[in-house]
Design a protein around this ligand. Structure first.
Ligand SMILES: [Zn+2]
Length: 91
C-alpha cells in the first residue's frame, strides 16, 4: 500500500498549494482472522516555499484485509486539507 503523490495541501499561513511527496512506511503488522493487518505511517515536515511557514502532515493507514484500506487518519499542522489522500495498492 502506498499513498498517491503528490498529496496536495494548502498552507494555512498564505494559502499556497503545496504538493507533498510522501511515502508510506509499514510500522506494524499482525495476523488476524482474514490475514495480515498492516499499519503504515507517512510523515512530512517542511516549509512552505512561498511564505516559509512550517508544515507538518502525518498520514496513518490501516490495511485489512491485505489490499484494502480499513481506515486512515490525516493530521496536519500549518496546513489545511484540500483533498483526501488516495491510496495505491502495490501488489
Ligand atoms: Zn505559506
Amino acid at each position: 500500500m502506498n499513498i498517491r503523490t503528490p498529496y496536495k495541501v494548502k498552507c494555512s499561513e498564505c494559502g499556497a498549494e503545496n504538493q507533498l511527496n510522501m511515502e508510506l512506511e509499514c510500522v506494524s503488522s499482525y495476523e488476524r482472522k482474514k490475514g495480515l493487518d498492516l499499519e503504515y505511517i507517512s510523515t512530512f515536515e517542511g516549509a512552505c516555499p512561498k511564505c516559509g511557514g512550517d508544515l507538518a502532515v502525518q498520514v496513518r493507514v490501516w490495511e485489512y484485509p491485505e489490499g484494502f484500506v480499513e481506515s486512515y487518519t490525516v493530521i496536519m499542522e500549518g496546513a489545511v486539507k484540500i483533498e483526501e489522500p488516495d491510496f495505491i495498492n502495490e501488489l
